[in-house]
Design a protein around this ligand. Sequence first.
Ligand code: GAL
Length: 633
Amino acid sequence: MKRTLGTCYYPEQWPTEIWADDARRMVAAGLTWVRIGEFSWSKLEPTPDDLQWDWLDHAIETLGSAGLKVVLGTPTATPPRWMLHRHPDMLAHDQDGQPRKFGSRRHYCFSHSGYREECARIATLMAQRYGQNPYVAAWQTDNEYGCHDTTISYSDAARSAFQGWLAHRYGTIKALNAAWGNTFWSMDYASFGDVDLPNLTVTEPNPAHSLAFRRFSSDQVVSFNRLQVDAIKAHSHAPIAHNYMGRITDFDHFAVGNDLEIASWDSYPLGFLEDRVGASAQRQRDFARQGDPDFQALHHDLYRAVGRGRWWVMEQQPGPVNWAPHNPVPLAGMVRLWTWEAFAHGAEAVCYFRWRQAPVAQEQMHAGLLRPDSVDARVMDEVKQVNREIEDAPDVVETQSPVAIIFDYDADFAWAVQPHGADLSYFGLVLHIYRGLRALGLSIDILPATTRDFTGYGLVLAPGLMTMADDLKSALGSNNAEVIYGPRSGARGDDMNIPTPLPPQIPNLDVTVTEVESLRPDITVPLAQGGTVTSYREVLDGTADVILRTMTGDPVVMRNGRQTYMGGWLDETALATLLKETCAMASIETLALPDGIRIRDTATERFWFNYTAQSVTCHGITLAPAGVARTKR
Ligand code: GAL
């Protein structure tokens, strides 16, 4: 498949007279896609029920007839001001119970039934009008669910929906009390109507209560999205996407993705570096203009799984953004590198956010492909270069990776409810392991925890899966791959309870976690084989072989046959030792890559990416700063 490029455009923000020239320049730059509409509700419906379609008809016609394919977004992330007159109680409430007010975006609670009806109404009207429009080639629902911390709301609407959700899940209040262990601290409830939201409690709420509320909040996103999908599908056959984000894990993206044809995500490598990656200050400095070498790739692989193979980058950073702690200009060549990295991981399309930098409002300081004065920004040359390269180079042919990591949003909820130590997170653990694998030159697939067929993988990792279904354990144990579990895999039952017999209870792996501890950053536990355990450690018992042990002889990693349990957060050195050894057992070839050099294998090629600002030669390949190379496999 030929990979394609696109951009995000806001015709409603610019004079009609310049649309045709913008469209012409998009085509000249080699762009195929233009995403529009997702923030345009006040222009579409300036006053209630007074629909103004003419401008959007004209915009779609102008863009489409110039040769572009339109991705049409539903405008539900930005309800207009009048919506609050209709539904004064539709706002989400923060943890302190305060409403999150009008004046920016995403000011709605996923549980508000009146607002849900408004969203279904506007999505239906749009789909009726444009569902058969030949230029509308795809849809986007809403914009970035969960952005600005909006998945969880402590509103009245959320409370009553949560009570209904609990009644459905537990059937009787007695069952809920038993499952949560509410007798502890006399927290028993007499009815579902007694159960409040888990905020503003004197000290921490029951973790079972918090986990249930997170699961409920996730389900609300899924059903909110489904309403729009149903509305669109009633009138259109075009594929529907949503644009997910980097390190937003508080709703189950696999569950949302199951209702959509395409997963897409918004990739801001420099924006993410300082506060989402969790990198040291030194690393943040080293990669300030390039972004973290593994963070984007992990999301590419994750969203390939969420999209069941079909995924895009819907928004690609093209220059400095406005919203990170610091907002540097990317190193020359990085926008090209980011684009090719997405293609190498299977992206069908990469769209740059945004077409022209806006001279007004919140994102004045956010770069676009054009400057505010409509002159091409410097990055335009890189975009044109990528376009020429797509034309000249062979297609990217995807293939199954040798290694898989199981990723489970529910595990992230459980870790968030009970991290057990400052800075411990499930996502952080997965990123750490992913990084360790990538440093060995490996290509990785991400799989949901519902996977039962692991055919073709040599190594499957199931770290941190707090709750593990029995049939997942048996599917992992009975396939031909090496499997690495832990830490915290199988550590909890369905309602956040410690199971007995004690975890992890993996068939044919005689390991029991008898005690756990979290560690200050200045305390580490050295291992006899080199490296350390940091931040989280489990005390292991059992007859399985000891693969890594502490200096004082305590087992840290244990193995029976092809199943290995990792009883702690291994540092980079210890993790590399374990991964190299396990890959060798699975006959998976590893290679040592210098820091900042990363590779990705497709069926026919090896892509090489230089995330550093220096020229680097390794394994016979010389890469310029921000360089990309392709070699035959
Ligand atoms: C994304 C969002 C866009 C825009 C962009 C700026 O999170 O979807 O609408 O705000 O960030 O970087």
